[in-house]
Design a protein around this ligand. Sequence first.
Ligand SMILES: C[S@@+](CC[C@H](N)C(=O)[O-])C[C@H]1O[C@@H](n2cnc3c(N)ncnc32)[C@H](O)[C@@H]1O
Length: 370
Amino acid sequence: MKELEDAVKKQFPHLREQASREIYFYNAALFDQYVDFIKSHPLFKQELSLTPTTEKKIVKIVKRTTPTLKERGMTHKDVMERAKRIKNDEFYTRYEDVEKEIEMYPLETWKGKCVFCNCDDAVGESRTEKDSSAFALYFIKNFIRLGLKKLICTHYSGQMDLFNAGAKGYVFTKKGVKEMTSAPRGYTGCFEDPLSIKILKEEADIVCTNPPFSRARDYWKLVINSGKKFLIISNITNCKNDTYLPYFINKKVWAGFNSVDWFLTPKREPVRAAGHWFTNIKITKRPKSNNLKFVPLDEIPDRFKNYDDDGTLCVDNNFIPIGYKKPIAVSPRQILNGILEKGYKIAQAKQYRPYVNGREVFARILIQKE
Ligand SMILES: C[S@@+](CC[C@H](N)C(=O)[O-])C[C@H]1O[C@@H](n2cnc3c(N)ncnc32)[C@H](O)[C@@H]1O
């Protein structure tokens, strides 16, 4: 038994609570991992099941006094605006999408690193994997294999819990897991909160999350200015907006490997998404660049090429006209598939708005052969 206990301790050191020294598998996915570990251990003999006894549930009714809006310094308008933002932000990343992207980077990327997931609830209210962040779950499950030094997960309490009662953070190291109980009073878990910024600047090596869509530009600025490595999800069209574009021009950031076509609603129902990974972690080989179709201009089917009112060539469906020297207006797809790694540069520092027959059509990015 002692040998098995030691093996468990060695396998899950980051899940041992620092204070009690107890290992805490606080959600179903982590518990499954523990069961699998036991079952595959050489000392494992046999699985026995006990008939569960039905326990009488005692329901405690706790009277809760809710502070008034006035006490919280809020108006009805503040609450409505917050509620609108929440709707837009509460889409969660599927575990398989996190796994698929992270597995593309060599193990050395993560070795000895502190990963900061600053929009991620590591545990979730229900303590099932259903409302735990897939980012947190992935890094916890793979903590040892990736050789992580530390994982810090913080999450925002400003939405479901309008009273800021539930801001939490968790720190996982080989010494164990620690709940961030010492956060200053009023810490909301917001990525812009002074404590979150301090962690970002002083502790994080790599930031990894799917930040709130409604705050995409602010989040981008914060992470870029921190100078830290990052791997985040954002809408595919963001790479042409004025906040993101300059960094693509300077080749300081690029697309990650995969698009993210589905998110989950708070009820864990899948919804279509138009997400993509963005990063500044080096990518040496990009399989998706095979999607780019380099052909002579006259071989591009007419339905995928046209000239706008200014005579600029617009091309779609991943076509790139070989030998064409003038600027070409392309969609974010070509950028995400790595055209900037194929001898092309972005020709203008803002998105290009083509007009066709006097009508504005969807905005593009102007690229040109280097
Ligand atoms: C698109 S969801 C993704 C959640 C999680 N990162 C995932 O990938 O499943 C964005 C999350 O950011 C949270 N959020 C909203 N505003 C925030 C803020 N100011 N700071 C940190 N997180 C915020 C939202 O509540 C929401 O849970």
